[in-house]
Design a protein around this ligand. Structure first.
Ligand code: SF4
Length: 364
């Protein structure tokens, strides 16, 4: 049985990533079978509970207010709307609901209270609840934990070096601090990244070093292929090939044997054969639904057909960890402190982000 190591170096990881493909696949599939049921894949549903208008400048994101994209923004959804969507997701095989809000950070107040109520509501439907709400403080993480949150997502996106080429409005250390705040609670950590943003293989390895040397390692690691959206600074990036995706998934599986590896954005560009190779290499989760926040995704029926074809079963909830207990708002032991996370304000500028911002201004 392979053990979980926390001392991976970039050289170790590059050696794995660059192995002859058949060897890489064999090693990854062997480790996958030691730690997971190879015929079970978790189906998660990603809901954009508040879309667009974000003050950050992530170069890949159509929700950044400063770029001109065709997405329609919306205010925070109601608890009833979220409940209806979660029930629909559950009936089509999802065991996890991930709620995303285009916020830089969580602010204590009415909207956060509404999100806490969404968490309580979905946990009571016996589904794993995940949130991705931007930076959070320890107190905010504790309040989410008390409401019954199962996982918090905060991606590292890339290596520390390449991160500076994609985002200028906050630093890598801010990402790590939010992950650290989540770790102080019993909420599990979901953190991964995106390939195809113009980074090199060393950057991909660098991101895996940052994730795999966390102790404990994230329970969940999404691997996304960039979906280049018109109007964003990365609109002209060429799609990554399926072979790069397979190598990335396999390497992630080898360095983080117990983690749930999530085949995330970019699946519409992948064939079923390509996705099957990713499952063989250790991916054991997909996002279902025809949209992933704002970008296209295969529809649920097509995914269920693929599962049937491959003999895969959707994973039941709470297989890896017990369901958290929900504490009602009136019984909470944590008060809103009216605080917001402090973050570094890096001073560098990224030329392609500035160009996209100027083009958006000209179009207004
Ligand atoms: S990725 Fe998140 S933080 Fe970055 S611009 Fe988009 S919504 Fe904002």
């Amino acid at each position: 049985m392979s053990i979980t190591r926390h001392n991976w170096t970039k050289e170790d990881i590059l050696e794995i990533y660059n192995k002859p493909l058949m060897e890489l696949l064999y090693d990854a599939a062997t480790i996958h079978r030691e730690h997971h049921d190879p015929n079970t894949v978790q189906v998660s549903t990603l809901l954009s509970i508040k879309t667009g208008g974000c003050p950050e400048d992530c170069g890949y994101c159509p929700q950044a207010a400063r770029y001109h994209t065709n997405i329609e923004g919306n205010d925070l959804m109601s608890v009833q709307q979220v409940k209806a969507q979660a029930l629909r997701a559950k009936s089509s095989g999802s065991s996890r609901v991930c709620m995303g809000a285009a916020w830089r950070n969580v602010k204590d107040g009415e909207e956060f209270d509404q999100v806490l109520e969404m968490v309580r509501t979905i946990n009571k439907l016996d589904m794993e609840v995940c949130c991705t709400l931007g930076m959070i403080t320890e107190n905010q993480a504790q309040r989410l934990a008390e409401a019954g949150l199962y996982a918090y997502n905060h991606n590292l996106d890339s290596s520390e070096e390449y991160y500076k080429e994609v985002i200028s409005t906050r630093g890598y250390e801010d990402r790590l601090e939010t992950i650290d705040n989540v770790r102080k609670t019993n909420v599990t950590v979901c953190s991964g990244g995106i390939i195809g943003m113009g980074e090199n293989i060393e950057d991909r390895a660098g991101m895996l070093v940052a994730l795999s040397t966390l102790n404990p390692q994230p329970e969940s690691v999404p691997i996304n292929a960039l979906v280049a959206v018109e109007g964003t600074p990365l609109e002209d990036q060429q799609p990554v090939s399926i072979w790069e995706m397979i190598r990335m998934v396999a390497t992630t599986r080898i360095v983080m044997p117990e983690t749930q590896v999530r085949l995330s954005a970019g699946r519409t560009e992948m064939t079923r054969e390509g996705q099957a190779m990713c499952f063989f290499a250790g991916a054991n989760s997909i996002f279902a639904g025809d949209k992933l926040l704002t970008t296209p995704n295969p529809d649920v029926d097509a995914d269920m057909e693929m599962f049937k074809l491959l003999g895969l079963n959707p994973q039941k909830p709470f297989i890896k960890k017990m369901q958290p207990q929900t504490v009602e708002a009136q019984d909470s032991q944590y008060q809103a402190l009216g605080e917001k996370p402090k973050w570094s304000r890096p001073e560098h500028t990224i030329e392609r982000n500035e160009v996209a911002k100027q083009q958006a201004k000209a179009l207004k």
